[in-house]
Design a binder for this molecule. Structure first.
Ligand code: ZN
Length: 367
């Protein structure tokens, strides 16, 4: 029993490490926003302990399968009460503190309404909420959890309103609290920044409640994904600062190279420089710079059937929220957080639960 406990502890910490690598408060990297404790308390998934951080892994896996993206991350939010919740093991409470201190999750003040902040983040950023029950009145997209226990699935409910860029997201913000892990300093290298909380209109730090300091203009940015046979093979941010070229082997060193993923036939059809993406006046524009052409698969929503539209070579065209650009059959580029509704085929992305001990959820928490 002792040896087994040691092994379970080892495997649990490895699985939590795998989960940790997929947590973010960068809306550009996130595929979904979630109430952390609500997810950890989904006992119905396995019939185990009342609360378990390992369950987050099931949501990350479900999101990966939904997006066909083994690198998508979860934007998890909770409040300080979780760190003294004895339904978690002492190790889990320690892990929560570490995630919070490292800025991997949003830790709200004690007793804060986590659900309201989840909706606020989703509303401001357009990243879908992951919820176990419908959210009446929420304007943005929502993933509802379905599927049998142990095999969680996320179904995208259509948005009831359009996502618009809020003026507060046109600035970088800095929290005056020293070493704020969420809004300490403006991000660099194409990363995004957690949106401020706006309880009364003025931007404040969601963690500290302090009024935020304006740190200058933030160029609009959007995360795009190259999907090959429904699997995301590349993710890249497009900002208003410079366009990005996608192709077999773009001349621009900072272009997105997809040559490694192509077979002989598609290699012949995909140009070295195939598509150019840029953000202009908040609009995503695509230009066909290829030899063999490309088409737009226009969709009005996640479940709408695609309508094929021609793309004239050298002529920039605006892309809608759910549109994709088809380079070649089964090779498309679109928004990373707006996957087409047809379920991904092909091999499923690697699971973060690979190392998780199945027994861990059933053991009583050690006191
Ligand atoms: Zn702060």
């Amino acid at each position: 029993m002792l040896m087994q406990n040691v092994r379970v502890r080892f495997e649990t910490s490895r699985a939590l490490d795998a989960i940790e690598r997929r947590l973010t408060v960068d809306p550009l990297a996130a595929g979904g926003v979630i109430d952390l404790v609500d997810a950890a308390r989904s006992v119905d998934l396995d019939g185990g302990r009342p609360a378990a951080l390992l369950r987050l892994g099931q949501y990350i896996d479900a999101l990966s399968r939904r997006l066909g993206d083994g690198n998508t991350a979860l934007y998890a939010i909770t409040e300080r009460g979780a760190m003294s919740d004895t339904d978690f093991t002492s190790n889990e409470r320690m892990v929560l503190r570490r995630w919070s201190d490292d800025g991997l999750i949003e830790m709200l003040p004690p007793g804060a309404r986590v659900n309201a902040r989840v909706r606020e983040v989703a509303h401001l950023t357009g990243v879908p909420v992951i919820s176990r029950s419908p959210l009446p009145g929420h304007p943005g997209p929502v993933y509802l959890t379905t599927g049998a226990p142990g095999n969680l699935e996320l179904t995208l409910a259509p948005a009831t309103g359009a996502t618009r860029t809020h003026p507060v997201l046109q600035r970088y913000w800095r929290c005056p609290a020293s070493d704020c892990p969420v809004l300490g300093r403006p991000p660099s290298g194409g990363a995004g920044q957690a949106p401020p909380a706006l309880p009364s209109g003025a931007p404040i730090c969601p963690r500290h409640g302090d009024r935020l300091i304006d740190s200058g203009p933030r160029p609009p940015a959007m995360m795009l994904a190259v999907r090959i046979n429904s699997q995301v093979r590349a993710r890249f941010p497009v900002t208003a600062v410079r366009p990005v070229v996608v192709g077999r082997a773009p001349d621009d060193q900072q272009g997105v190279t997809i040559g490694n993923w192509l077979d002989d036939e598609s290699s012949r059809r995909v140009s070295r420089n195939h598509l150019r993406f840029e953000l202009r006046d908040g609009m995503l524009l695509v230009t066909d710079v290829s030899t063999n052409g490309a088409a737009i698969l226009a969709r009005t929503g996640p479940t709408a059937p695609p309508r094929e539209m021609d793309l004239n070579r050298g002529e920039p065209k605006a892309l809608g929220e759910w549109d994709e650009v088809e380079i070649y059959p089964e090779i498309t580029v679109g928004r990373a957080d707006r996957p087409p509704a047809d379920a991904p085929t092909g091999s499923a992305p690697a699971s973060v639960m690979a190392d998780a001990p199945t027994i861990a959820l059933r053991l009583p928490p050690p006191r």
